[in-house]
Design a protein around this ligand. Structure first.
Ligand code: IMP
Ligand code: MG
Length: 175
């Protein structure tokens, strides 16, 4: 950590403006009164989830799911494991998965597959960041905050070995 260099990629203000736009898009896309089922993918999506949920005006329920992450490495092991399941059933619900970043797509394609088996009415993805260059699985995200270049980023929930999650900006991390 001592020799790490952080360069701001997205400022707090840019992020907050974009989160409001995504929330407005979700409000428009689900005009009914049935609560949508907002699923936070722990832990990286926590800050995005909290801001997005508060910017959405329509009814919603919150739930949390845990997926095994990279650990201390910067690239995916290719293995995905459910470490914490949802508390409630999602049958006939409109599910919106809230994730920090779509990289190889391995995590989200696995998660969508797992949730689809539970007969929800619909499943959509809201991801703050998208690194399209690194995709190995096809994943359609309905709501994308920002497309970013292939760099390792931290802050606003994203970590490197559990560090930097509390930064308000999204920063590129170089060592
Ligand atoms: P994927 O399965 O390769 O799409 O990886 C998605 C997960 O990898 C995200 O939920 C993040 O936890 C992690 N990840 C991917 N890229 C980064 C990054 O640049 N910084 C921090 N975490 C990342
Ligand atoms: Mg994550």
């Amino acid at each position: 950590m001592a020799n790490a260099k952080l360069t701001v990629l997205l400022t707090e203000q840019q992020i907050q403006n974009r989160v409001k736009e995504l929330a407005a898009q979700i409000d428009r896309d689900f005009p009914g009164d049935d609560p949508i089922y907002l699923v936070c993918v722990l832990k990286g999506a926590v800050l995005f989830f909290a801001d997005l949920a508060r910017a959405i005006r329509r009814p919603l329920h919150m739930d949390f799911i845990g997926i095994s992450s990279y650990g201390k490495n910067k690239s995916s092991s290719g293995e995905v494991k459910l470490t914490k399941d949802l508390d409630n059933k999602i049958e006939d619900c409109d599910v919106v998965i809230v994730e920090d970043i779509l990289d190889s797509g391995i995590t989200l394609s696995y998660l969508v597959h797992v949730l689809q088996q539970r007969q929800p009415r619909s499943v959509r993805i809201a991801t703050l960041l998208d690194k399209p260059e690194r995709r190995v699985r096809k994943v359609d995200a309905a709501y994308v905050g920002f497309q970013i270049p292939d760099a390792f980023v931290v802050g606003y929930g994203l970590d490197y070995a559990e560090n930097y999650r509390h930064l308000r900006d999204v920063c590129i991390l170089e060592e």
